[in-house]
Design a protein around this ligand. Structure first.
Ligand code: NAD
Length: 312
């Protein structure tokens, strides 16, 4: 199995360590904050116990944990690495510096991937000699539960590196997609932004309450979206498939969204949405509700896996 180095052991770095270790990879952890990597091991153990409860790992948590070892320096963490997943602070200057260090210390064949949510590969890796081996591998929080990973190379990234990264993620149980051209927000966050912009607008202009809008996704569109995307959805929603759908409904949907404008989320609008949300969840319940969300997600992922297995 390829050796993996995880740089930065916050929320995302810890989750990546679990993804790779449960797939059988040896994992080295490095974080610049003193004691952070050791602390990460404790948190990883707790999370592994939870995922085991939902059947998302096949082995005992301690067996998976034994594959993860802290390193005393970045150079030590990447010395024998075949693949690096970088998860440091979301700042361009930090990423540029860390990628300089990674390029200097990692073996020549090693892939250097960043979890960045917003910074294109061209912006953090163009200055390093080994830029052909750099790319974004953007996860969704938490990647040990939600498997999508957006691979976003720069024009200078080698196609062979992208392919090796794709195969590695797929073997680790993730679902890699390829962002063919660099674009702000990659794919997932652009889709999320489009839906959020329209959601805020519908509430702002008084068409629907916050809770009813949430129900529309939770008990409507979202049910399908847990197992099929919008293109498959419309392909099945017209007897003649996607071309038939485009002909029947395309002009109407297109007209409906023409001239739609949005305004920034601020002032009275935010106060109103905040008030409506607090009627359904007090601030004090935030952490408890987050834990509930993660349990629901794990149960959903376990269900999807079982269904996929049943259906061969
Ligand atoms: N949190 C999310 O929902 C999410 C989702 C997808 C992607 N990401 C991306 O993942 C990355 C990490 O995010 P996070 O939420 O885990 O952040 P975090 O603040 O929880 O963790 C960042 C860690 O990096 C360490 N660090 C900072 N500079 C370092 C350096 N030079 N060398 C080594 N370690 C360093 C910090 O000590 C900290 O432990 C970011 O690029 C972020 O955009 C986050």
């Amino acid at each position: 199995m390829e050796s993996i180095a995880v740089i930065g052991t916050g929320l995302i770095g810890r989750a990546w360590a679990m993804v790779f270790a449960r797939a059988g990879h040896p994992v080295r952890l490095f974080d610049q904050a003193p004691g952070a990597a050791d602390k990460a091991l404790e948190l990883i153990r707790e999370a592994l116990v939870e995922t085991r409860r939902f059947g998302l790992i096949d082995e005992e948590p301690d067996v998976v944990l034994a594959r993860i070892r802290p390193a005393a320096s970045l150079a030590e963490a990447v010395a024998d690495a075949d693949y690096v997943q970088e998860n440091t602070s979301e700042r361009e200057d930090v990423k540029r510096e860390v990628f300089s260090q990674l390029d200097a210390a990692a073996p020549a064949h090693c892939i250097l991937a960043s979890s960045t949510s917003t910074i294109q590969t061209s912006r953090f890796a163009s200055h390093v000699a080994g830029r052909h081996r750099c790319l974004v591998a953007h996860p969704v929080n938490p990647p040990h539960v939600v498997p999508i990973v957006e691979l976003s190379p720069a024009p200078f990234t080698s196609p062979e590196v992208v392919e090796r990264a794709r195969v590695l993620h797929e073997r680790a149980g993730q679902v890699p997609i390829l962002v063919r051209k660099e674009v702000e927000g990659f794919i997932l966050n652009r889709l999320q932004a489009a839906l959020l912009i329209e959601s805020w607008r519908l509430v702002d202009e008084g068409y629907v309450s916050v809770e009813d809008l949430d129900k529309t996704i939770r008990d409507g569109l979202g049910l399908r979206w847990a197992f099929m995307g919008p293109f498959e959805t419309i392909d099945l929603n017209a007897p003649g498939g996607v071309a038939d759908y485009a002909q029947r409904y395309g002009p109407h949907l297109y007209r409906m969204m023409q001239g739609v404008t949005s305004r920034p989320w601020e002032g009275e609008l935010v106060t109103r949405v905040e008030k409506e949300r607090r009627e359904h969840m007090a601030h004090e319940e935030h952490a408890e509700r987050e834990a509930w969300r993660d349990r629901r997600l794990m149960a959903l992922v376990a269900h999807k896996r079982a269904m996929d297995k049943d259906e061969g």
